[in-house]
Design a protein around this ligand. Structure first.
Ligand code: BG6
Length: 488
């Protein structure tokens, strides 16, 4: 990896993702002096605006979506790097402008923050002006396809012009500090490394709950649903990191090879096991954090007959030696009571009870990894309550060993996932990006579930906004005498 200057070309620079996340993240990298002094940022969009007006627009976005303490000095440095290029992305002739804005001798990073439907056009356009060589990197945002077939089409279009080693597919969960910490936690601590399998673990829960609804994105969301929007990518990536075998090293392909093996070992869910393995729901009106919110079918622009799911719970099984008999329960939904992402590892119960009838059901140890917010790691353990008793018996109580990131690392600011990922692209490190075979394997598993849902032809189960999803999601665990972890 090297810290070298590059031409960072941001396609779709006036769009929502660029405004909310990408430009504020570049500003943070600037602030932390992590951009090479000679790196240039070239914003590309269809609109005809001057570089001067573009700079004003970027500044406004950073003030709105970035740091509370806007730093003039940082901005002065960043502003110097900015340039705007008006390109009609579907028209190859329009790409001639690149002759004058990029320097063929430098590394070029092309970030495609545009609808995936035009990824192919952009690659063709770049090719037409002869600026693609082996040093060019291309960054793709999700969704890469709607199913396996359409994702193959997009990947084929891009790979006509770029080799896999040049393609960086974003899953922003892989840039989150706490998701990366899963690797440290598992492999830098022998206490976990040696207890990480079916001998010690009873089951795993992964919850990614959101309190927001679909935030004005009805058109996109209704076509996707929570399964494509969250499970196919973020939840399966987190699951892979938890379940993978130790990679030989932290090189991109070592990690991605191991994640792929997990995805390949996921037991297919199809018509034969769909009802016992999945629950899908759709929110109705209710109260979230004290505020009254409309139901999914009452959102602006809604098709009132939509059967799109806004909640999914799945019992996933990984058919390999390490995880035999250890279910991974996944749950994600919109308009749940709070925003929280966490992984909970439930360890097995003790084989024998020394503590008498009152402790018949000693609770299992749990490792709770809070990915967001209040990032941290917590272990529940049983302790003796201090003190003397006339019977001489021992009283036990559950307590927590709690590591809060904000307390333990109070000096450190937790960077946004995009800051980390943008930096990694500029350094040329693909470890935190998703390889084509991973994406396709994930689609393969997800497609089978979507197909089975289509066949059963049942509507999603309604759940009131502000609750933890449909009642059946409780049943999914209760059948095996288990229950969802109650988030703080
Ligand atoms: C995006 C989804 O990928 O992730 C959104 O498209 C979702 O629907 C978002 O809200 C959640 O990301 P985070 O970082 O807020 O957990």
């Amino acid at each position: 990896n090297s810290f070298e200057p590059c031409d960072f070309v941001l396609f779709g620079t006036l769009g929502d993702l660029s405004r909310r996340k990408l430009l504020p993240s570049l500003y943070q990298l600037e602030k932390a002096e992590l951009l090479h002094p000679e790196t240039k940022i070239i914003g590309v969009a269809r609109q005809d605006v001057s570089t001067e007006d573009y700079k004003i627009e970027v500044r406004k976005n950073i003030e709105k979506f970035g740091d509370k303490d806007f730093c003039e000095e940082t901005w002065a440095r960043m502003e110097e790097r900015l340039q705007y290029a008006c390109v009609d992305m579907k028209n190859t002739e329009s790409y001639q402008v690149f002759d004058s804005v990029v320097d063929a001798k430098r590394t070029m990073v092309c970030y495609l923050a545009t609808p995936p439907a035009i990824y192919g056009d952009i690659c063709r356009g770049l090719h037409s002006c002869n600026i693609i060589d082996s040093s060019v990197r291309v960054v793709l945002e999700k969704p890469i396809g709607h199913d396996l077939e359409s994702s193959k089409i997009i990947n084929d279009q891009v790979s006509e012009y770029f080799k896999e080693s040049q393609i960086y597919r974003i899953d922003h969960y892989l840039g989150k500090e706490t998701v990366l910490n899963l690797i440290a936690l598992r492999f830098a601590n022998s206490i976990f490394a040696t207890n990480w399998d079916h001998n010690s673990i009873d089951h795993v829960q992964i919850t990614v709950a959101e309190s927001v609804g679909i935030e004005g994105r009805w058109g996109y969301f209704d076509d996707a649903g929570q399964m494509r929007d969250m499970v196919q990518n973020h939840l399966l990536q987190v699951l892979s990191l938890i379940a993978m075998e130790p990679p030989a090293n932290l090189n991109a392909d070592s990690i991605r090879d191991e994640k792929l093996k997990v995805l390949k070992a996921l037991r297919p869910i199809n018509l034969s096991n769909i009802n016992e393995s999945t629950v899908r729901g759709q929110y109705t009106s209710g109260f979230v954090k004290g505020e009254e919110v409309p139901g999914y079918l009452e959102e602006e622009g809604a098709n009132t007959r939509s059967r799109t799911e806004t909640f999914v719970a799945i019992k996933a099984d990984i058919d390999n030696w390490r995880w035999a008999g250890v279910p991974f329960y996944l749950r994600t939904g919109k308009r749940l009571p709070t925003k929280v992402s966490e992984v909970v590892i439930y360890f097995k119960r003790q084989p024998h009870n020394l503590f008498g009838d009152s402790f018949q059901n000693l609770p299992p140890n749990k490792l709770v990894i809070r990915l967001q917010p209040d990032e941290g790691v917590e272990i529940t353990v049983m302790n003796k309550v201090p003190g003397l008793t006339s019977s001489g018996s021992m009283d036990l109580q559950k307590s927590k060993l709690d590591l809060s990131f904000s307390e333990a690392f109070s000096e450190e600011r937790i960077p946004d996932a995009y800051e980390k990922l943008l930096l990694e692209v500029m350094l040329g490190n693909q470890a935190l990006f998703v390889r084509r075979d991973e994406i396709e394997q994930a689609w393969n598993w997800v497609d089978s579930i979507l197909e089975a849902w289509k066949h059963t032809n049942e509507p999603p189960e309604p759940y009131q906004a502000g609750t933890w999803g449909p009642v059946d999601s409780i049943g999914l665990l209760a059948r095996a005498n288990r229950s969802w972890y109650e988030s703080k």
